[in-house]
Write a protein that binds this ligand. Structure first.
Ligand SMILES: NC(=O)c1ccc[n+]([C@@H]2O[C@H](COP(=O)([O-])OP(=O)(O)OC[C@H]3O[C@@H](n4cnc5c(N)ncnc54)[C@H](O)[C@@H]3O)[C@@H](O)[C@H]2O)c1
Length: 353
């Protein structure tokens, strides 16, 4: 990723799970970052230890506490820090939006509008400035009902979300496209399946996919609530970060025919892994078999997971030469274990889950 050295990249949700991995990846490339989050707990970053502390000392990273749902907070952020690009990751995830849909609407939908609007005003107030890139992570949950199961969800499948989270993501996708069509911002988005990795937060229905790796690797027992045969599209967080930066770096998307791209997760012989296959891969990494149990079966959650599709990322491959996820199941577990061992201070209190 090549940037002018003097201008930072803004990451909303910068102290979150994906945001902290993205921040570190950008810092490693010499890119200055501004992290915006309402949560001042930066343990996911400071937990990396000396590496992160050094970046702080060098003035490479600035943390700004604020609320996405307040336009003045977001506008002040652009005015003060003058970013060259924005990764808008700040959001409440599905569990948060379902427990408080009003707040979910404010953060996930109004918050996205605030970012787009602040970006538009910021560019327009600086004469001659090209529309800045605004990267956005949407979700497999934006498809909702009427998915072909089993089967791949094509990029342009009908989106009929059933949750506030999914509704806000679909609306944000369309808003971004509108702002792009007006040439107010250069909007680019991905749709992720369930993202797994160390220090993921409370993520609702699919969080078991991370916890059945993380807890046993920490020497604890994890009781899974879906059937062993249940398949789930999962993507390692480093591939998620790679997808965001690759799409950011793509020079131009062909004919500007679409701005939002499905990103497919781990495949084993073309199939998304089953829960049992994930458990087997964790055990192959030296974890005792009794550390993963299937006693917490919940028929409702299992049915919900069964309804999630498997994303096809053919459009991303065609349009900007997305190379696909690099981490297979085994590489994911190995790297996950390495992260847990090297930086245990990144984990937030597990009661969060
Ligand atoms: N984790 C996944 O499986 C997954 C899958 C698809 C898409 N996504 C999207 O990726 C993005 C990052 O997800 P994550 O897994 O890192 O979640 P996360 O909860 O770890 O990070 C989100 C961050 O947003 C911050 N935030 C929430 N409300 C805010 C507000 N009002 N103002 C400022 N900051 C606020 C939170 O404090 C948190 O640090 C989100 O947009 C999410 O919808 C995640």
């Amino acid at each position: 990723m090549k940037h002018a050295a003097n201008k930072p990249v803004l990451i909303t949700g910068g102290s979150g799970f994906i945001g902290s991995y993205l921040a570190l990846a950008l810092l490693k490339r010499g890119q200055r970052v501004v992290l915006f989050d309402r949560d001042p707990d930066t343990r996911r970053l400071t937990g990396f230890g000396q590496a992160y502390t050094d970046y702080q000392k060098e003035g490479m990273v600035t943390f700004v506490q604020g609320d996405l749902s307040l336009l003045p907070h977001v506008m002040a952020l652009f005015d003060k820090h003058e970013p060259q690009s924005v990764f808008h990751l700040g959001a409440l995830l599905s569990a948060g939006t379902e427990s408080n849909p009003t707040m979910g609407f404010q953060v996930d939908l109004v918050g996205t509008w605030n970012v787009l609007e602040a970006a538009r005003l910021y560019c327009q107030q600086r004469q001659g400035m090209a529309p800045i890139r605004v990267l956005f992570p949407s979700t497999i949950a934006s498809f909702g009902r009427f998915l072909p199961t089993p089967g791949n969800v094509a990029n342009e499948s009908v989106q009929m979300p059933t949750t506030m989270y999914g509704c806000a993501k679909v609306a944000s996708e369309r808003l971004g496209e509108y702002y792009h069509a007006k040439k107010w911002v250069d909007f680019r988005a991905v749709r992720f399946p369930s993202v797994v990795g160390a220090a993921r937060g409370p993520g609702g229905t699919t969080v078991y996919s991370t916890l059945m790796m993380q807890q046993p690797l920490l020497g604890k027992v994890y009781d899974v609530y879906v059937k062993p045969e249940r398949q789930l599209d999962i993507l390692y967080v480093k591939d998620a970060v790679n997808a965001l930066t690759s799409l950011h770096d793509a020079a131009k998307l062909p004919d500007d025919k679409r701005r939002v791209y499905n990103i497919a997760g781990i495949r084993t012989q073309g199939q998304a892994p089953s829960t049992q296959q994930i458990a087997d891969a964790v055990m192959a990494n030296g974890v005792a078999a009794d550390r993963i149990t299937f006693n917490a079966f919940d028929a409702g959650l299992d049915t919900t997971v069964q309804g999630f599709g498997i994303l096809s990322d053919q459009a991303a491959k065609d349009d900007w030469h997305w190379a696909g996820a690099k981490y297979d199941l085994s590489a994911t577990i190995v790297d996950f274990a390495k992260e847990l061992k090297a930086a245990p201070g990144r984990l937030k209190a597990l009661e969060l889950f």
